[in-house]
Ligand binder design. Structure first.
Ligand code: ZN
Length: 342
């Protein structure tokens, strides 16, 4: 990657940026120094500057849609609609209702994190019934899998390009909102493509809008998290909001990963755990081990952890500096959940 260097005028400015109160140096020493900060590092510092505020009116809204057991996240910038995942085939009515409620007709980019049904189940419906411009997936060929074949054929029929996303790719979401892919690399995709479990080829990437950022993780598990920690992207993982990996499962949210992301807010998409039949949440997501990892390793305040089943659709708004969260339902589920569940 191109390394651009930014010359910061004086050390005092860089210290303000870091938020360090006491550098241990006197003022004269600070003034005489010039500090070089790589853009990469500057970006990660910037993300720490975002702050939570009340009812932010911003150009960016991100809705984690209440679509049962699966993921579907609608990102709306001033110029584009982006849909990340489409929940399960059984949840298509909910997905359609949510998209209609948001007034969506055109989807500029449909990003499908990986080929499990609870992420691609609604993809054919979306491609058939909405004006989809581009489709992106994790690049693994799951041609033997009907749900996968269904959306690939639907895209082909409408001549919509299906492109692969991999580490290093960058997408422009419009209005200065960007998305950078951290995982998987081509090599890791090939390595994990043969697995029966598709989770570890999940696309992981970070949306950035000014000082605000959100990490999208699909169903990436600890293996994939560790690969990111061992890559050059480790220093970029720090994000304002974390899309809970794998619906808040304990198979993800490893201590070092959550420490690296160190989010201020975590959003979880998972269905009704008391209805473990069919495509319900028989997994008991979110797991306490994961919740405790967000809290203890990530330093996340409990009140900033949201779950679609309890909170309904979760809407994050940002103006590139401040951010706020609104939910359909207020709920203090987390205290009871931590007390009563394993
Ligand atoms: Zn999933």
């Amino acid at each position: 990657m191109k390394r651009l260097w930014v010359l910061l005028m004086i050390a005092t400015f860089s210290i303000a940026l870091l938020g360090c109160g006491n550098s241990g140096k006197n003022e004269n020493q600070q003034k005489n120094e010039t500090v070089r900060v790589a853009i990469d590092d500057k970006e990660s510092l910037k993300s720490q500057e975002s702050s939570q505020a009340d009812n932010v009116k911003g150009d960016l809204t991100i809705k984690m849609l209440n679509v049962g057991q699966g993921d579907a996240i609608l990102i709306q910038t001033k110029s584009q609609n982006i849909l990340v995942d489409t929940s399960d085939t059984d949840e298509r009515d909910k997905l359609r209702a949510e998209l209609d409620k948001a007034g969506v007709k055109k989807i500029d980019k449909l990003i499908l994190s990986h080929a499990h049904a609870d992420h691609i189940g609604g993809a054919k419906l979306v491609i058939d019934d909405y004006n989809v411009k581009e489709v992106y997936n994790d690049g693994t060929d799951r041609g033997k899998y009907n749900v996968y074949k269904g959306y690939i054929n639907a895209a082909e029929k409408k001549k919509i390009p299906v492109k692969t996303l991999q580490a290093g790719d960058k997408l422009n979401f419009g209005n200065k909102v960007s998305f950078e892919v951290f995982y998987p690399t081509e090599e890791l995709r090939a390595k994990f493509a043969a697995d029966k479990d598709y989770n570890d080829t999940s696309i992981v990437g970070k949306l950035t809008y000014g000082n605000f950022s959100m990490l999208f993780t699909g169903d990436a598990e600890k293996v994939a998290e560790n690969e990111q920690l061992n890559s050059s992207y480790k220093k970029k993982l720090k994000s304002t909001v974390l899309k809970a990996p794998h619906h808040g499962s304990k198979t993800s949210a490893g201590a070092d990963y959550i420490k690296a992301v160190s989010p201020e807010c975590v959003v979880i998409s998972a269905g009704d755990p008391s209805d473990p039949t069919g495509s319900g949440n028989s997994y008991g997501h979110p797991h306490n081990q994961a919740l405790n990892s967000y809290i203890k390793n990530g330093g996340v305040d409990k009140k900033n952890i949201f779950w679609t089943f309890e909170n309904g659709t979760i809407t994050i708004t940002s103006d590139g500096k401040n951010w706020s969260v609104t939910t359909e339902h207020k709920s203090d589920w987390i205290n009871n959940w931590l007390k009563n569940k394993k």
